[in-house]
Structures are given as structure tokens and as C-alpha cells.
Design a protein around this ligand. Structure first.
Ligand SMILES: [Zn+2]
Length: 579
């Protein structure tokens, strides 16, 4: 093995932080055959190494061989740790200098990918472990190799052979690909078109490898297939379609059979009468279709979900409703459910009317019946703090103008109900959240299954960002970050009925995993495409972000996808100005 090592300008060799700079390359690492790549590095006295850039061989470069020129190297560089670093870089991860660019790698299928040196958080709520090398072959996790950190440092660790793609995850976290239990793929809002890639790419850039599409158009079946074949950059989809309503039990059964025939994975149910629900739920069970229920204010509430075996309750309304002592919320006489200002205003006063003891009976019955809860906390957030929702800094680069227009208060657009929204409304909603969050923690403590979904495309929520915000709100509710990640991975896989295939980092499972810059257990914000900020040497530095979203064994470079989304947004804004 040969190296080229060049000292940088003498005056830069040592600075007050004890850094030593040099330029280094490894001949064997060069796969481009067009010349030897040289990486510029910072060597910290602690033995840490940071690669600053890659450039062509310089004329002053000197070639040394590790064995014969060890002493020469040592005296010339005067830094013992450099040799260690050189050996780590060249023996363990020689590919950092040689691989194609991340953008070139992104979005293609490879036979073998090795993710090296990761700290792993699984989707079952257990603590982080590592360092580990994860070997992916085609679409599956083939091996997970636990490493001895001392041997890794010494360069003597036995590690799996090289992959077609090597991903350096040293100092990074790997978590399962996130599952969004409540997604909507939108091609337009309020009658104005919007590129479908906008939401699909935002989801991937935000680490969402699977979407439970609720209330999908038939077209979603095509997207499901295209995603499966990797013809589009989009998450894996489970497509549930809206139950179209029925006037008789027989018609309800017929409609369920039609939904099955068309190839949908499940049913999204809204407000429904009891006799119709009884028939459709029975037929759905026979057809093997799962049911997600957005219980509106209707004849039926959570007691019916318990009785008929709904898979998951979306949002929350039917749950406190089932626990109100006299059976009906205390609406004012001029309340009209069809008026969204009324609907959302008084929804904010619903949890306070639930009787806690009755609520515990509802919870225990839900748990006994296996009814899960996908609370979508994020989608109501504007109701408790409208100004915060309207001024999200991420809008600057990521808010599509079509979505921006849809969010402007307008009775014609669902969820754009902030007309005369008052501090009193916000105060009620803040209380509503406090009770709701306390209830969620109690539900899980008693054995309930909690999922995580976003419902973005409404009420100031952008795709992808919505689910990540949902995770933050689960943390705010009082769940440990390990459990928060479990909600969006292992638990959501159970809600989908695919917990034997996805939602975990486990041998034999689908290779759905995220390589994250930073520790999401310390700060869930590191998952956002916008990343976070930190101070290094007195300067503000952008950090965090998901580096790789690996879906079905296909590595997507998340910053590249985020850039593509920003370009879609910028293009749509330009078009709008030109009109
Ligand atoms: Zn929804």
C-alpha cells in the first residue's frame, strides 16, 4: 500500500488548537484511473481526522510505502497519530477518497452496500449500540457486525468485505427508515397543480421510507408500483382509499369488495352510521383490509371502533367523545359542524369535557381490542400558536407556492379555518394539548399501541417536516426519544401489519435505514432537511440532517433530494412571478 503525504505550508502546521495539517492520498484508493486523488485533512492531536477536500495529485507529492518508509514518515511528519490515521483511512475505509460523488450514487440499486461504524438505534425502543457495520445486499439487511471499538481504532478489527457502495457512518447514528402512518400524496391544492415529486422527495429527504397513504386517489396504486420498481424517488406506499359511503349494509359490503378488487391495501373511514360501519367492518375483515378511522362527530365513536375492531384511530376526536359523561359535548346553540371555524374552535374544548375515569375504561377496551392510536399531534399545532405556524423558517426554501396559497385562511379550503382566531382559542387549544398528551402517555403505559403520522398538506404543515415535528411533540408529551423513534418505526410497522419486514434494523428485514449526522436521541431536530446549527471554533456552523435515506436497499442522498426540492420550489415561484 502506498501513500502520498505532503506537508502544507509550514506556518499552518500547528495552530493554537493543536491541529496539524497535511495532505494525504492512498494510491490503491484511486478507482477513477485518471489520476491520484489527494485528500486534504485536519489531524487533531486526539487522533480525530476531518477530510476537508479532495484534489488532484500535487507536484510536490512524495510517495512513501508504509512498511519501508515508516521511520521517514515518522520523522518528516513528526506526528505519531498521523500514521494511525493514515492506516485507519486506507485500510478500513479506503473508499472515502475514491467513490463516486454522493449525488451520483443516489437513487440507484446496488448489489452490496456496507454502512461502516454506525451507532444503531433499533425500532423496538432498546438503547443505542455500536459501532456496527451493516451489510446490505440488494433490498435486505444481510449482516450486522458488532465491532470492538479498540480494535477499530488500532485498525485490527475484522470487518466485512467492501461493498459496491461504502457509507462511512463513524460518529453517526443509524435508525430505521421512518414510517409515516398518515400521509397524503398531493398533486395540487385548492385546484392549483403542484409537482407530485415535491412531496415524494420531501418525504425521502426527511427520512420517510414508507407512507401509509390515507384517502388516496386510484393513481396512488401506480405510484405504489413505480416506487416498488424504483422508477420514481418516493417512499414505499401502503394505499388506503376512502370508504365512499353506502345506503345499505349490502351496498357497504359490495363497496368493500370493490376496494379489495381494485388492489387497495386498506380503507380510510370518516364519519359513519353504526349499521353501515358494522357491515363494512365485517366485510373488511373477511377481505383482509385494514381500517384507519378518522372519527368525525357522528353517531359512532371509539366504542364502535372497539366493538368492530378498527386497526387505528386517526387524530383523536372519537376518544374523548366516548368518555364524556352525558354522551355529547356541550356545544353552543349556534354551533354548526360544517363551519370549520366552529368545528376546530370547539374541538379545542373537547378534551376538558372527557371524564378521566371513563377515559381509562375506553383505553383499556381499545387495548383489549387491539385498536391502535395515530394521534397526528402536529397537524393541530397552528390552533395553539398560529403565529408560530405561519412563520416557520423552513418556508423560506421549502414552501411550495401552491401550498402557501392553500394555507391562507379561506372557508373553501379544508383546514384553512383561522378566521377571527383569538387568544382565547389558543388558550383552550393549549389546555387541549396538555390533556391529550397526558392521555397518550397513559394509553401507552397501559399497553396501548401508539403510531406516528403527519397529515401534511393542510394547516401549515409541509410533507416530511410534519412527521419530524410529530416526533418532537411525542417527546414534548413525555415519551423517551427511544420510544418516540419506536412510534414512527416498529409501532407503525405493526399498524400496517408488516412488523416482520420493516420498522427494525434486523438481519433479514428490508434495508430501510437512515444515516443521521448527529444524535437524534439528544436532538430530534437533527433529522430535519434544514439540519441544526452549532458553534465550532466560535463560528456558527450548519450541522445535522439525514445523510442517507436507504429505502428498500436503494441509497438516496438526502441533501441531494433536499436540493432538488428547493429547485422545484424556486422554479414554481419563478413561474408564478412570470404569470
Ligand atoms: Zn388526513
Amino acid at each position: 500500500m502506498h501513500f502520498v503525504i505532503v506537508d502544507e505550508k509550514r506556518q499552518n502546521r500547528q495552530n493554537s488548537f493543536g491541529l496539524e495539517r497535511g495532505i494525504l492520498t492512498c494510491n490503491e484508493c484511486d478507482t477513477t484511473k485518471t489520476g491520484i486523488n489527494i485528500g486534504r485533512v485536519i489531524l487533531y492531536s486526539s487522533g480525530l481526522l476531518k477530510i476537508l477536500s479532495v484534489k488532484k495529485r500535487s507536484s510536490q507529492a512524495r510517495t512513501l510505502s508504509l512498511q519501508s518508509d515508516f521511520l521517514l514518515l515518522k520523522t518528516q511528519i513528526m506526528q505519531k497519530s498521523l500514521l494511525l490515521i493514515v492506516s485507519i483511512v486506507c485500510f478500513i475505509n479506503p473508499y472515502v477518497f475514491s467513490q463516486k460523488s454522493d449525488a451520483e450514487i443516489s437513487g440507484k440499486r446496488y448489489k452490496r452496500i456496507v454502512v461502516r461504524g454506525a451507532t444503531v438505534v433499533d425500532g423496538n425502543g432498546t438503547p443505542a449500540t455500536g459501532p456496527k457495520d451493516i451489510v446490505i445486499e440488494n433490498d435486505k439487511i444481510l449482516r450486522i457486525v458488532g465491532l470492538n471499538p479498540v480494535a477499530v481504532k488500532a485498525g485490527t478489527a475484522r470487518r466485512p468485505p467492501k461493498g459496491d457502495v461504502e457509507i462511512d457512518a463513524a460518529g453517526k447514528f443509524v435508525i430505521p427508515g421512518l414510517i409515516n402512518a398518515h400521509g397524503h400524496t398531493h398533486e395540487g391544492r385548492g385546484g392549483i397543480p403542484m409537482e407530485v415529486e415535491y412531496c415524494q422527495k420531501l418525504w425521502l429527504a426527511s427520512g420517510q421510507t414508507t407512507i401509509r397513504e390515507l384517502a388516496a386517489p386510484s393513481k396512488a396504486l401506480k405510484w405504489r408500483e413505480q416506487s416498488e420498481k424504483n422508477e420514481i424517488a418516493a417512499p414505499r406506499m401502503f394505499v388506503y382509499t376512502t370508504f365512499p359511503g353506502a345506503s345499505s349494509q349490502e351496498q357497504a359490503r359490495q363497496r368493500v369488495r370493490e376496494i379489495k378488487q381494485k388492489g387497495f391495501d386498506g380503507i380510510k373511514l370518516f364519519a359513519v352510521d353504526r349499521d353501515i360501519m358494522a357491515a363494512l367492518m365485517d366485510e373488511a375483515k373477511k377481505q383482509g383490509l385494514r381500517v384507519a378511522h378518522h372519527t368525525g362527530v357522528a353517531e359512532t365513536n371509539t366504542w364502535d371502533d372497539i366493538k368492530f375492531g378498527t386497526t387505528s384511530i386517526e387524530h383523536w376526536y372519537g376518544i374523548p367523545e366516548a368518555a364524556i359523561a352525558n354522551g355529547r359535548q356541550n356545544y353552543p346553540s349556534d354551533y354548526n359542524y360544517s363551519d370549520e371555524v366552529d368545528r376546530f374552535r370547539y374541538a379545542g374544548r373537547l378534551w376538558r369535557e372527557a371524564d378521566w375515569d371513563r377515559l381509562m375504561k375506553v383505553f383499556d377496551a381499545m387495548i383489549a381490542a387491539g385498536v391502535a392510536w395515530d394521534p397526528t399531534l402536529n397537524i393541530y399545532e397552528a390552533s395553539r400558536d398560529l403565529q408560530k405556524a405561519q412563520t416557520d423558517p423552513a418556508y423560506k426554501d421549502y414552501l411550495h407556492p401552491t401550498l402557501e396559497k392553500f394555507f391562507i385562511p379561506n372557508p373553501a379550503n379544508h383546514g384553512s379555518y383561522f378566521i377571527g382566531w383569538t387568544s382565547t382559542d389558543e388558550a383552550y387549544w393549549k389546555e387541549n394539548y396538555r390533556i391529550w398528551m397526558k392521555a397518550l402517555v397513559e394509553f401507552e403505559r397501559r399497553g396501548g399501541l401508539i403510531g406516528a403520522g403527519e397529515d401534511a398538506g393542510f394547516i401549515y404543515k409541509m410533507y416530511g417536516f410534519g412527521l419530524l415535528r410529530e416526533l418532537e411533540l411525542h417527546q414534548e408529551a413525555g415519551f423517551h426519544p427511544l420510544m418516540v423513534i419506536k412510534h414512527a418505526t416498529g409501532n407503525n410497522a405493526k399498524i400496517l401489519g408488516v412488523e416482520d419486514r420493516i420498522g427494525r434494523i434486523r438481519v433479514g428485514y428490508k434495508a430501510d435505514l437512515l444515516v443521521v449526522n448527529g444524535n437524534p436521541l439528544e436532538d430530534l431536530k437533527v433529522l430535519y432537511p434544514t439540519g441544526t446549527e452549532t458553534i465550532v471554533d466560535g463560528k456558527v456552523v450548519k450541522t445535522g440532517g439525514i445523510e442517507w435515506t436507504i429505502k428498500d436497499g436503494i441509497p438516496f442522498h438526502a441533501p441531494t433530494l433536499a436540493k432538488e426540492v428547493r429547485e422545484i420550489v424556486a422554479g414554481a415561484r419563478r413561474n408564478l412571478r412570470a404569470q
